[in-house]
Design a protein around this ligand. Structure first.
Ligand code: ADP
Length: 345
């Protein structure tokens, strides 16, 4: 077997977590040159959001190819040119909005909405123009989290003006209905309500629009993420095993529709004493970190369980706004910085 074929066989054993295909089949390996002297070179192309994955794949490829005795020299160049492929031509962005990021969780109650709104505030405090769309039509929580329930106005009867709070442009089904009225809607109605809240809103110029997805990974969520051109997704999980299994499902959902997962956030990661800020590991901690490492996905933040986070939410002022320079505020600030570094790189 030629040296080139041996190299290709080895490279085919490395799987790209985004496309779930081996790195040759998905086109990450470009310009493979094998000289008769055994000098080997190629370019490994990854999307910007996947540099960490790219680095790991490069290391793995180097280790594998160095096992071939005929390889005398090896040069792998990692580039971040490859844009995440939109596999669905129906996927559309929003004019004027630079980046759309989905925040998802495998199940409810893990703190997805709390994380989404605090992340939005952290980004806004970095002088970015930020919007947040609460896509949970059955249980909208944004009005409570920002402390506003007013109805959106419209200048022309077609486009709605978002509600402005804490420097964010906000939209939620909760602005349109009574908090106590449950929405009993079926799939297609949810789809059209979601599309209206996304596309019939005067978002204006935004650097980032955060979409707080409904919990779970069902068909509705899948279709939502299939119709929007997303820069990436963030998956929120708690350390408990069950939540992790759900988070894994979340990851699979995004891989299916070829949306880069920017990273995991472990919420309620550890307990921070409200009196002395001492840290206690009340749950087995580190599960999300291990899982993230195994899947080559960055862990963006470990957010403690802290009463101030809940209290701030209940008062309608996200903690990232109330106390931005506190240790807790810093957790959200660092999360915001990491997200910015990934999407604007
Ligand atoms: P989800 O969007 O996943 O359903 P929420 O964001 O609504 O979850 O959070 C569920 C509850 O947990 C809320 O009462 C919220 O204030 C609280 N909560 C979320 N994250 C934290 C945290 N890190 N520390 C303390 N309470 C939290």
């Amino acid at each position: 077997m030629s040296l080139k074929s041996q190299i290709e066989d080895l490279l085919k054993t490395l799987i790209d977590p985004l496309s779930q295909q081996d790195i040759l089949t998905c086109g990450m390996v470009q310009g493979l040159h094998v000289l008769p002297t055994g000098e080997v070179s190629f370019v490994l192309e990854v999307s910007t959001a996947y540099m960490t994955t790219g680095l790991k794949l490069k290391e793995q490829a180097e280790t594998l190819l160095k096992t071939l005795p005929d390889v005398t020299a090896l040069q792998i160049v990692l580039t971040a040119q490859r844009k995440p492929k939109a596999n669905n031509p129906e996927k559309k962005g929003i004019p004027g909005v630079k980046h759309i990021i989905a925040v998802a969780s495998g199940k409810g109650g893990v703190g997805k909405s709390t994380t989404a709104v605090n992340l939005a505030c952290a980004l806004q405090m970095m002088s970015l123009k930020v919007g947040i769309l609460d896509a949970d039509i059955y249980g909208p929580s944004l009005p409570r989290l920002i402390g506003l329930t007013q109805k959106p106005t419209s200048d022309d009867g077609k486009m709605m003006n978002p509600i402005e709070a804490h420097g964010l442009k906000c939209m939620s089904m909760g602005f349109m209905m009574d908090e106590k009225t449950p929405a009993i809607w079926r799939g297609p109605m949810i789809q059209s309500a979601f599309q209206q809240m996304l596309r019939q809103v005067n978002w204006g110029e935004l650097d980032v629009l955060i979409i707080d997805l409904p919990p779970g990974t069902g068909d509705v969520q899948l279709t939502l993420v299939q119709t929007v051109l997303l820069s990436g997704a963030i998956i929120v999980s708690t350390p408990q095993d069950l939540a992790l299994i759900d988070a894994r499902r979340g990851l699979e959902m995004f891989l299916k529709v070829k949306v880069p997962v920017l990273g995991f956030v472990e919420n309620m990661s550890y307990f921070m004493c409200p009196h002395c800020s001492e840290r206690s590991e009340i749950f087995e901690h580190g599960g999300v970190r291990r899982e993230a490492q195994a899947m080559n996905i960055p862990l963006l933040a470990e957010i403690p369980l802290h009463i101030s986070i809940r209290e701030a939410s209940e008062k309608g002022v996200p903690l990232a706004k109330v106390d931005p320079s506190s240790p807790l505020g810093n957790v959200y600030k660092t999360l915001g910085e990491k997200v910015v570094n990934i999407i604007f790189k």
